[in-house]
Design a protein around this ligand. Structure first.
Ligand code: CIR
Length: 254
Protein backbone atom coordinates (compact mmCIF):
# COMPACT_ATOMS: atom_id res chain seq x y z
CA UNK A 1 0.00 0.00 0.00
CA UNK A 2 1.29 3.45 -0.93
CA UNK A 3 0.49 6.60 1.03
CA UNK A 4 0.49 10.09 -0.50
CA UNK A 5 0.72 13.19 1.66
CA UNK A 6 -0.72 16.30 0.01
CA UNK A 7 -1.67 19.75 1.25
CA UNK A 8 -4.51 21.97 0.08
CA UNK A 9 -3.56 25.07 -1.91
CA UNK A 10 -2.86 28.13 0.24
CA UNK A 11 -5.15 31.12 -0.30
CA UNK A 12 -1.91 33.16 -0.42
CA UNK A 13 -0.59 31.19 -3.44
CA UNK A 14 -0.24 34.46 -5.38
CA UNK A 15 2.66 35.41 -3.04
CA UNK A 16 4.61 32.30 -4.06
CA UNK A 17 8.33 32.26 -4.75
CA UNK A 18 9.26 32.60 -8.43
CA UNK A 19 12.70 32.09 -9.94
CA UNK A 20 12.45 31.42 -13.69
CA UNK A 21 8.80 32.44 -14.26
CA UNK A 22 7.33 35.92 -14.64
CA UNK A 23 4.59 36.56 -12.08
CA UNK A 24 1.07 36.16 -13.47
CA UNK A 25 -2.21 35.99 -11.59
CA UNK A 26 -3.09 32.55 -10.24
CA UNK A 27 -6.80 31.74 -10.06
CA UNK A 28 -7.02 30.24 -6.54
CA UNK A 29 -10.36 28.47 -7.14
CA UNK A 30 -9.10 26.94 -10.37
CA UNK A 31 -5.84 25.87 -8.69
CA UNK A 32 -7.92 24.16 -5.96
CA UNK A 33 -10.06 22.35 -8.55
CA UNK A 34 -6.97 21.14 -10.38
CA UNK A 35 -5.42 20.05 -7.10
CA UNK A 36 -8.57 18.02 -6.32
CA UNK A 37 -8.22 16.39 -9.74
CA UNK A 38 -4.63 15.49 -8.83
CA UNK A 39 -5.76 13.92 -5.54
CA UNK A 40 -8.42 11.98 -7.46
CA UNK A 41 -5.71 10.67 -9.81
CA UNK A 42 -3.63 9.49 -6.84
CA UNK A 43 -6.70 7.66 -5.47
CA UNK A 44 -7.51 6.20 -8.91
CA UNK A 45 -4.02 4.68 -8.90
CA UNK A 46 -4.75 3.05 -5.54
CA UNK A 47 -2.97 5.38 -3.14
CA UNK A 48 -4.26 6.24 0.31
CA UNK A 49 -4.18 10.06 0.34
CA UNK A 50 -3.72 12.11 3.50
CA UNK A 51 -4.72 15.71 2.74
CA UNK A 52 -3.29 18.30 5.14
CA UNK A 53 -5.22 21.54 5.65
CA UNK A 54 -4.12 24.66 3.77
CA UNK A 55 -1.53 26.88 5.45
CA UNK A 56 -2.93 30.39 5.03
CA UNK A 57 0.43 32.16 5.56
CA UNK A 58 2.69 29.80 3.63
CA UNK A 59 2.11 30.51 -0.08
CA UNK A 60 4.15 27.56 -1.43
CA UNK A 61 3.06 24.96 1.10
CA UNK A 62 1.01 22.98 -1.46
CA UNK A 63 4.38 21.86 -2.85
CA UNK A 64 4.99 19.31 -0.09
CA UNK A 65 7.61 17.47 -2.13
CA UNK A 66 10.18 20.11 -1.25
CA UNK A 67 10.01 19.47 2.49
CA UNK A 68 11.15 15.85 2.67
CA UNK A 69 12.64 12.80 1.01
CA UNK A 70 10.90 9.60 2.08
CA UNK A 71 12.66 6.31 1.42
CA UNK A 72 11.71 2.79 2.50
CA UNK A 73 14.22 2.87 5.37
CA UNK A 74 14.01 6.45 6.67
CA UNK A 75 13.09 10.02 5.75
CA UNK A 76 15.07 13.23 5.50
CA UNK A 77 13.43 16.51 6.42
CA UNK A 78 14.93 19.12 4.11
CA UNK A 79 16.08 22.68 4.72
CA UNK A 80 14.42 24.46 1.77
CA UNK A 81 16.49 26.83 -0.32
CA UNK A 82 13.99 29.70 -0.04
CA UNK A 83 13.74 31.20 3.48
CA UNK A 84 9.98 31.78 3.07
CA UNK A 85 9.56 28.00 2.90
CA UNK A 86 11.42 27.07 6.12
CA UNK A 87 8.22 27.08 8.26
CA UNK A 88 6.72 24.38 6.03
CA UNK A 89 8.92 21.61 7.42
CA UNK A 90 7.72 21.29 11.03
CA UNK A 91 4.22 20.05 10.26
CA UNK A 92 5.56 17.60 7.66
CA UNK A 93 8.06 16.21 10.18
CA UNK A 94 5.14 15.58 12.58
CA UNK A 95 3.18 13.79 9.86
CA UNK A 96 6.12 11.60 8.82
CA UNK A 97 7.40 10.78 12.32
CA UNK A 98 4.99 7.85 12.86
CA UNK A 99 6.09 6.32 9.54
CA UNK A 100 9.88 6.67 9.41
CA UNK A 101 13.03 7.38 11.38
CA UNK A 102 13.74 11.04 10.57
CA UNK A 103 16.99 12.79 9.71
CA UNK A 104 17.19 16.58 9.45
CA UNK A 105 19.24 18.71 7.06
CA UNK A 106 20.93 21.35 9.22
CA UNK A 107 22.35 24.81 8.47
CA UNK A 108 24.22 25.77 6.35
CA UNK A 109 23.07 22.99 4.01
CA UNK A 110 20.08 23.69 1.76
CA UNK A 111 18.04 21.31 -0.35
CA UNK A 112 14.55 21.23 -1.86
CA UNK A 113 12.90 17.86 -2.39
CA UNK A 114 12.25 18.90 -5.99
CA UNK A 115 15.99 18.58 -6.54
CA UNK A 116 16.12 14.97 -5.35
CA UNK A 117 15.66 12.17 -7.88
CA UNK A 118 15.92 8.59 -6.61
CA UNK A 119 16.59 5.81 -9.09
CA UNK A 120 17.11 2.58 -7.18
CA UNK A 121 20.02 3.17 -4.80
CA UNK A 122 21.25 6.20 -6.76
CA UNK A 123 20.12 9.53 -5.38
CA UNK A 124 20.73 12.46 -7.73
CA UNK A 125 20.63 15.95 -6.22
CA UNK A 126 20.31 19.00 -8.46
CA UNK A 127 22.87 21.73 -7.84
CA UNK A 128 20.29 24.43 -8.43
CA UNK A 129 19.56 27.84 -6.92
CA UNK A 130 17.92 25.90 -4.01
CA UNK A 131 20.25 23.01 -3.23
CA UNK A 132 23.97 22.83 -2.45
CA UNK A 133 26.95 20.53 -1.89
CA UNK A 134 26.66 20.75 1.92
CA UNK A 135 23.30 19.01 1.62
CA UNK A 136 24.72 16.34 -0.67
CA UNK A 137 27.40 15.56 1.94
CA UNK A 138 24.82 15.39 4.76
CA UNK A 139 22.55 13.16 2.70
CA UNK A 140 25.45 10.84 1.91
CA UNK A 141 26.28 10.66 5.65
CA UNK A 142 22.67 9.76 6.49
CA UNK A 143 21.93 7.44 3.58
CA UNK A 144 25.30 5.77 2.92
CA UNK A 145 24.69 3.21 5.70
CA UNK A 146 21.53 2.10 3.85
CA UNK A 147 23.51 1.53 0.65
CA UNK A 148 22.56 4.72 -1.18
CA UNK A 149 24.97 6.78 -3.25
CA UNK A 150 24.22 10.51 -3.40
CA UNK A 151 25.51 12.42 -6.43
CA UNK A 152 25.38 16.10 -7.33
CA UNK A 153 24.02 16.98 -10.78
CA UNK A 154 24.39 20.34 -12.48
CA UNK A 155 21.04 21.70 -13.62
CA UNK A 156 20.51 24.96 -15.51
CA UNK A 157 17.56 26.90 -16.89
CA UNK A 158 14.91 25.57 -14.50
CA UNK A 159 14.05 25.58 -10.81
CA UNK A 160 14.72 21.99 -9.79
CA UNK A 161 16.36 18.81 -11.05
CA UNK A 162 12.92 17.22 -11.33
CA UNK A 163 11.78 20.07 -13.59
CA UNK A 164 14.36 18.60 -15.98
CA UNK A 165 14.21 14.85 -15.39
CA UNK A 166 11.98 12.27 -13.69
CA UNK A 167 11.69 8.50 -13.73
CA UNK A 168 8.92 7.04 -15.88
CA UNK A 169 9.89 3.34 -15.73
CA UNK A 170 12.30 1.34 -13.63
CA UNK A 171 14.95 1.75 -16.35
CA UNK A 172 13.82 4.94 -18.11
CA UNK A 173 14.07 8.66 -17.42
CA UNK A 174 11.99 11.38 -19.07
CA UNK A 175 14.40 14.25 -19.66
CA UNK A 176 14.84 17.72 -21.09
CA UNK A 177 18.48 17.50 -22.27
CA UNK A 178 18.67 21.30 -22.58
CA UNK A 179 18.56 21.57 -18.76
CA UNK A 180 20.46 18.51 -17.57
CA UNK A 181 23.10 16.30 -19.20
CA UNK A 182 22.13 12.68 -19.84
CA UNK A 183 25.74 11.67 -19.06
CA UNK A 184 24.97 12.18 -15.34
CA UNK A 185 22.77 9.09 -15.24
CA UNK A 186 24.26 5.60 -15.56
CA UNK A 187 22.54 2.47 -16.80
CA UNK A 188 19.23 3.99 -17.85
CA UNK A 189 17.34 4.72 -21.07
CA UNK A 190 15.92 8.12 -21.94
CA UNK A 191 12.77 9.53 -23.45
CA UNK A 192 13.41 13.16 -24.37
CA UNK A 193 10.67 15.77 -24.13
CA UNK A 194 9.44 17.30 -27.35
CA UNK A 195 11.71 20.35 -27.86
CA UNK A 196 8.66 22.65 -27.96
CA UNK A 197 7.60 21.44 -24.45
CA UNK A 198 10.43 22.44 -22.12
CA UNK A 199 8.46 21.75 -18.92
CA UNK A 200 7.26 18.29 -19.98
CA UNK A 201 9.85 16.22 -18.08
CA UNK A 202 8.00 16.15 -14.76
CA UNK A 203 5.84 13.05 -14.23
CA UNK A 204 4.82 11.15 -11.09
CA UNK A 205 5.61 7.46 -11.49
CA UNK A 206 3.30 5.16 -9.52
CA UNK A 207 3.91 1.47 -10.20
CA UNK A 208 3.52 0.92 -13.94
CA UNK A 209 1.63 4.17 -14.48
CA UNK A 210 2.17 7.94 -14.41
CA UNK A 211 0.33 11.05 -13.37
CA UNK A 212 1.08 13.42 -16.21
CA UNK A 213 -0.06 16.96 -17.14
CA UNK A 214 -2.50 17.40 -20.04
CA UNK A 215 -0.45 20.40 -21.24
CA UNK A 216 2.25 18.39 -23.02
CA UNK A 217 0.47 16.48 -25.80
CA UNK A 218 3.55 15.93 -27.96
CA UNK A 219 5.65 14.47 -25.15
CA UNK A 220 2.61 12.47 -24.03
CA UNK A 221 2.61 10.83 -27.48
CA UNK A 222 6.28 9.91 -27.02
CA UNK A 223 5.46 8.26 -23.68
CA UNK A 224 2.49 6.39 -25.15
CA UNK A 225 4.61 5.23 -28.09
CA UNK A 226 6.96 3.69 -25.49
CA UNK A 227 3.97 1.80 -24.02
CA UNK A 228 3.72 3.90 -20.86
CA UNK A 229 0.21 4.33 -19.46
CA UNK A 230 -0.86 7.42 -17.57
CA UNK A 231 -3.63 9.32 -15.86
CA UNK A 232 -3.60 12.90 -17.14
CA UNK A 233 -4.46 15.93 -15.02
CA UNK A 234 -4.79 19.66 -15.69
CA UNK A 235 -1.96 21.30 -13.79
CA UNK A 236 -1.45 24.60 -15.60
CA UNK A 237 -2.70 26.85 -12.77
CA UNK A 238 -0.10 25.70 -10.22
CA UNK A 239 2.46 25.68 -13.05
CA UNK A 240 2.21 29.51 -12.84
CA UNK A 241 3.68 29.12 -9.33
CA UNK A 242 6.55 27.12 -10.88
CA UNK A 243 5.13 23.89 -9.53
CA UNK A 244 4.67 20.63 -11.42
CA UNK A 245 3.02 17.30 -10.66
CA UNK A 246 5.70 15.68 -8.48
CA UNK A 247 5.77 18.78 -6.24
CA UNK A 248 2.28 18.22 -4.88
CA UNK A 249 2.80 14.93 -3.03
CA UNK A 250 5.10 12.87 -0.86
CA UNK A 251 4.60 9.23 -1.79
CA UNK A 252 5.89 6.28 0.21
CA UNK A 253 5.19 2.69 1.19
CA UNK A 254 2.89 2.27 4.18
C1 CIR B 1 9.02 27.68 -5.19
O1 CIR B 1 9.60 28.49 -5.90
O2 CIR B 1 9.54 27.16 -4.23
C2 CIR B 1 7.60 27.33 -5.55
N1 CIR B 1 6.95 28.48 -6.11
C3 CIR B 1 7.54 26.19 -6.53
C4 CIR B 1 8.06 24.92 -5.95
C5 CIR B 1 7.87 23.76 -6.87
N2 CIR B 1 8.31 22.57 -6.27
C6 CIR B 1 8.89 21.58 -6.91
O3 CIR B 1 9.18 21.68 -8.10
N3 CIR B 1 9.24 20.51 -6.22
Amino acid sequence: MLIAITREVSPSINQCELTFHEREPIDYERACRQHQQYVAALRQLGLQVQILPAERDLPDSVFVEDTALVLDECAIITRPGADSRTPEIDSIAKVLAPHRKLFHIQSPARVDGGDILCVGKNIYVGLSTRSDRHAIQRMQDYLGPYGYEVKGVTVTGCLHLKSAVTQVREDTLLINPAWVDEANFDGVKFIEVDPSEAYAANAVMIGQSLIYPTAFAKTQKRLEAAGISMVTVDADELAKAEGAVTCCSLIFKA
